[in-house]
Design a protein. Structure first.
Length: 480
C-alpha cells in the first residue's frame, strides 16, 4: 500500500494524473501563448508556425525523458534528483538550483502580469498592490494542502484550456467557413508577403523566444513524488501534456497567422490589439477585451501558482542532500514543506519591492534570467537521461521514442536555441545574467557546499515503495 505521508519530512501522495496534467499545463500554457507570441512573430513572420512545431518536438523529448525517469523513480526533486544520481552531485546541484531560480523568477514575473491585467479595470491601481495581494493568495494556497493546490490548479488550467480550444475552433470557422457577418478568411495571409519574409535564418533566431513558452513541461517529473499512482499518473499525464501543448500552440499560431497580416500580429503588444481579442471580436462576442483580460489574468495566476509549487519542492529536495539548509526539509502535518515554501517566495518579494520602488524593467530582467536558466535545466535533464539509459536500460513502462539518439537530438536543438540568446540584441542580457548566475553557483559549490553533500537514499527507497518495487535501488545517489 502506498505510504500517503511521512510526518516530518515526507510529501503527501494525493495528486491524480488529471491534476498532474493540469499542473504542467498551468505553467507551460500561459502568457507565452496568449500575449507573448508577438515578439517571435516579429522575427519569423508566418514561419513562426514552424518554430512552434519544432519547439513542440523539443518539449516533447524533454517531457518524455523526464517522464521515463520519473516512472522508474518518482522521487522528491524529480529530474533534479535524477541529475544527482546519474551525473553526480555537482550535476544535481546545478540542475536544481538553476530550476529553482527559474521557478521563483517565473512566479514573480507572472504576478507582475496579473497586477498589470488588473489595471484594465482599475487603471490607478498601484502595481505592487496587485502583486502583493495575489502573491499572498498563491502562498496560502500552496501552504494549505497539496490536494487543494491540485484542485485549484486543475480549475485554473481548465479555464485556459477551454479558452484556447474556443479560440482555435472559432478561428478555424472564420478561416474555412466564415460567419453570416464575416466571409471565410482563407489562408492568404500566410503567403501574401512570403511565408519566411525575413529569410530561413529567422526560424532559428525566433526559437529562443518560442522555447520560453514551453517552460513547465518538466513539472510532471517534480509532481510525481506526490502522485497517488506514480507509474500510471506520469504515463497518462506525460502523453496528455505533450499532445495538448503541441496541438494548442501550433493550431493557435496557425489561426493567428491566417486571420491577420503577420506585421499586424507582430505589433500587437497591447491588450486591445491582441490576436485573441481580434478573433473573439470578429465572431461577434461582446466585451471581447474584458473576456480576454480575465483569461490572461487566470493564465498568469495559474502559472505563478504552479511555479511556486515547483520551487518549493526543489528547495525541499535540495535540503536532503546538504545543498540547502536542513531546515527546508521539514513538512507540516498535511505534508507541505512550509519552510521551503517561505524560501521560495523570494521572487514574489523581489518584484513587490521593485514595483514599489518604481523600477520599470523588472519584468525584462527576470525574463532574462528565466530564459537562460530553463535552457540549461532542459539540457541537464536530457544529459541525465542519456546516462540513465546507459545504466538502467529501457526499464520503464513509459519510454522516450527513439531513446538516447532522440535525447541527443534534443540536446543539439537546445544548444542551437541557446546560441541565439547571444545573437538577438533583446536576449543578450539573458545570456550574460545566466552565465554570471552559474559562475556564482559553481564557486559556492566548490567553496562551501561540496563538503556538506550527502546521498538522499531515502528518496529512492520511498519511490520504490510507491511504484511497488520489491528491491532496493542499487547505488542510489551514486556519482557517475
Amino acid at each position: 500500500m502506498v505510504q500517503q505521508h511521512k510526518p516530518g519530512g515526507g510529501l503527501a501522495r494525493s495528486l491524480s494524473h488529471e491534476q498532474m496534467t493540469m499542473i504542467a499545463l498551468g505553467s507551460a500554457l500561459g502568457t507565452g501563448l496568449f500575449l507573448g507570441s508577438g515578439a517571435a512573430i516579429s522575427v519569423a513572420g508566418p514561419a513562426v508556425i514552424v518554430c512552434y512545431a519544432l519547439g513542440s518536438l523539443i518539449a516533447a523529448i524533454i517531457a518524455c525523458a523526464a517522464g521515463e525517469m520519473a516512472v522508474k523513480y518518482p522521487v522528491r526533486g524529480g529530474f533534479g534528483t535524477m541529475a544527482g544520481r546519474f551525473l553526480g552531485a555537482f550535476g544535481g546541484y546545478i540542475t536544481r538550483w538553476a530550476y529553482w531560480a527559474t521557478t521563483v523568477c517565473v512566479a514573480g514575473a507572472e504576478l507582475v502580469a496579473v497586477s498589470t491585467y488588473l489595471r484594465f479595470w482599475w487603471p490607478e491601481l498601484p502595481l505592487w498592490w496587485g502583486i502583493a495581494a495575489f502573491g499572498v493568495g498563491v502562498i496560502l494556497l500552496n501552504a494549505f494542502s497539496v490536494k487543494s493546490f491540485g484542485l485549484v490548479e486543475f480549475f485554473l488550467s481548465g479555464i485556459k484550456v477551454f479558452a484556447v480550444i474556443a479560440f482555435i475552433l472559432i478561428g478555424l470557422i472564420l478561416i474555412f467557413f466564415g460567419l453570416p457577418s464575416h466571409p471565410a478568411e482563407g489562408v492568404g495571409h500566410l503567403t501574401e508577403n512570403g511565408f519566411m519574409p525575413n529569410g530561413a535564418s529567422s526560424v532559428w533566431l525566433a526559437m529562443a523566444l518560442v522555447m520560453f513558452s514551453f517552460g513547465g513541461v518538466e513539472l510532471i517529473s517534480i509532481s510525481a513524488a506526490e502522485a497517488k499512482d506514480p507509474v500510471r499518473s506520469v504515463r497518462t499525464a506525460g502523453k496528455a501534456t505533450i499532445w495538448r501543448l503541441a496541438t494548442f500552440y501550433v493550431l493557435a499560431l496557425f489561426v493567428v497567422m491566417s486571420l491577420m497580416p503577420w506585421s499586424a500580429a507582430a505589433a500587437s503588444g497591447e491588450l486591445e490589439t491582441s490576436p485573441f481579442v481580434l478573433v473573439f471580436s470578429e465572431a461577434g462576442i461582446p466585451a471581447a477585451a474584458a473576456i480576454l483580460n480575465f483569461i490572461v489574468l487566470v493564465a498568469a495566476l495559474s502559472a505563478a501558482n504552479a511555479n511556486v509549487y515547483a520551487g518549493t519542492r526543489l528547495l525541499h529536495s535540495l535540503s536532503y542532500q546538504g545543498m540547502a539548509p536542513r531546515g527546508f526539509r521539514r513538512t507540516s502535518a498535511s505534508g507541505i514543506p512550509v519552510r521551503a515554501l517561505i524560501g521560495s517566495t523570494v521572487g514574489i518579494l523581489l518584484v513587490v519591492v521593485m514595483a514599489a520602488s518604481g523600477i520599470s524593467n523588472v519584468f525584462v530582467l527576470m525574463v532574462a534570467l528565466i530564459t537562460s536558466c530553463v535552457l540549461i535545466v532542459w539540457f541537464m535533464i536530457l544529459l541525465a537521461y542519456v546516462f540513465y539509459r546507459r545504466r538502467e536500460g529501457a526499464s520503464s513502462s513509459f519510454r522516450l521514442l527513439g531513446g538516447v539518439p532522440m535525447a541527443i537530438l534534443g540536446m543539439v536543438g537546445l544548444a542551437s536555441v541557446f546560441s541565439t540568446v547571444f545573437v538577438l540584441e533583446d536576449m543578450r542580457m539573458a545570456g550574460l545574467v545566466g552565465v554570471g548566475y552559474f559562475v556564482v553557483l559553481t564557486v559556492l559549490y566548490f567553496a562551501v557546499v561540496r563538503r556538506h553533500v550527502t546521498v538522499d537514499r531515502e528518496a529512492f527507497e520511498e519511490a520504490g515503495r510507491a511504484t511497488g518495487a520489491s528491491e532496493r535501488p542499487a547505488e542510489a545517489g551514486a556519482e557517475v
